[in-house]
Design a protein around this ligand. Structure first.
Ligand SMILES: Cc1ncc(COP(=O)(O)O)c(C=O)c1O
Length: 362
């Protein structure tokens, strides 16, 4: 996998419909926008370095104490502190993840000076049978005395696969105590209660070093303000928090995140709209005979059976930005974020002509 990820991160310029970065098309809560605007008027003041009110609000939401919560500039920034923190002081430290996991795990392992090991998953989707299935037994088999971290995105980006509650329990039970298990729940709002998915917090798992990551970038639609949270034992949280830059979260970001947590109506509209859009997109692709993984997140992973480059370009000609996945070693796949109902229909309309020209389906 290429580490020159910069080129793959930004949205393609000039797209009418931006479905390449798993953003929420429903936008932030109006209450969050109002709170951020109000905070902006005080921009001459430093923000609360401890983000105390936000951490208290997250703790209340998650049923933990504020000491068990750290916040960062997105969960990506927290990973960049958490993984080096867990690998510190061990020259031959290893980080284990499933292949085609979220790219930041690899980058954080590199920052930690640790070896990054990937465990194989199942093959691509066939029809509407999802692909890239994950077997936690393979993760357990890869763990050695050198392993410091096992990290699982659940659901996974970009493959849309997930591990079930039973599998997660088996993983936590089987990991030795010297390993920290990180479960990245960036997309949990779109997944909970479906197909055996459960959040770590609901399972009462028994492992001394268990960390959960969440973000305000997806269901809360605050990707541009950069707010993520780490949940875990107070000691692990404090050690990770000790690595962050001072005043890391801006005051508008803190205010918007607090207001977002309170606006449960907006969250419900977003989650319901996303799940409905995911089902509609999946059904539309199935009707076109396009194999894909619909998954439990806010995107679909689509099998093209041909090089993705021209397909991405053809969607772009329709004004639709979708994500190529070459950095993940997936050369014949694209990832499409679930948009508004209108955007979903626009994708399906474009797909009918773009994908009809794909050689594997001609
Ligand atoms: C699995 C996963 N984890 C974490 C993130 C990072 O989110 P953020 O840094 O915006 O909180 C993403 C973003 O796409 C993701 O897909």
């Amino acid at each position: 996998m290429s580490l020159a990820a910069g080129a793959a991160v930004g949205p393609p310029p000039g797209m009418r419909v931006r479905l390449s970065s798993n953003e929420s098309p429903f936008g932030p809560s109006p209450a969050a926008v109002a709170a951020a605007s109000q905070a902006l008027a005080e921009a001459h003041r430093y923000p609360d370095d401890a983000s105390a009110a936000l951490r208290a609000a997250i703790a209340a939401e998650e049923g933990v104490t504020p000491e068990q919560v750290a916040v960062g500039n997105g969960s990506a920034a927290l990973l960049m502190d958490l993984i080096p923190e867990r690998c510190a002081g061990q020259a031959d430290a290893e980080v284990v993840a499933f292949e085609r996991s979220f790219v930041v795990y690899r980058l954080a392992a590199r920052n930690a000076g640790a070896r990054y090991l990937e465990v194989a998953t199942g093959g691509p989707a066939v029809g509407d049978r999802p692909g890239y299935q994950r077997d936690v037994e393979a993760l357990l088999a890869a763990v050695t005395d050198r392993t410091r971290v096992v990290v699982v995105d659940n659901p996974a980006n970009p493959t849309a696969a997930h591990v079930t509650d039973a599998a997660l329990r088996h993983l936590a039970d089987g990991l030795p105590d010297h390993v920290t298990l990180i479960v990245d729940e960036a997309y949990h709002h779109f997944a909970t209660g479906q197909d055996g998915y459960a959040r770590v917090g609901a399972l009462g798992l028994d492992h001394p070093h268990l960390a959960v990551l969440t973000t305000f970038s997806k269901a809360y639609a605050l990707a541009g303000l950069r707010v993520g949270a780490l949940l875990g034992p107070a000691e692990l949280v404090a050690a990770t928090d000790g690595r962050r830059p001072r005043f890391n979260l801006t005051a508008p970001a803190q205010a918007a995140a607090i207001a977002s947590l309170a606006d449960t109506d907006h969250l419900a509209v977003t989650v319901e709209g996303t799940v409905a859009g995911r089902e509609r997109l999946s059904a539309g692709l199935a009707a076109l005979g396009v194999p894909h993984s619909a998954g439990l997140a806010n995107f679909l992973t689509v099998e093209l059976g041909t090089d993705a480059g021209p397909v991405v370009a053809a969607f772009a000609e329709h004004g639709i930005g979708v994500r190529a996945l070459q950095p993940y070693g997936l050369h014949e796949q694209v990832r499409i974020t679930v948009g508004t109902p209108e955007e979903v229909e626009a994708v399906l309309l474009a797909a009918a002509s773009v994908l009809a020209e794909v050689p594997s389906r001609a």
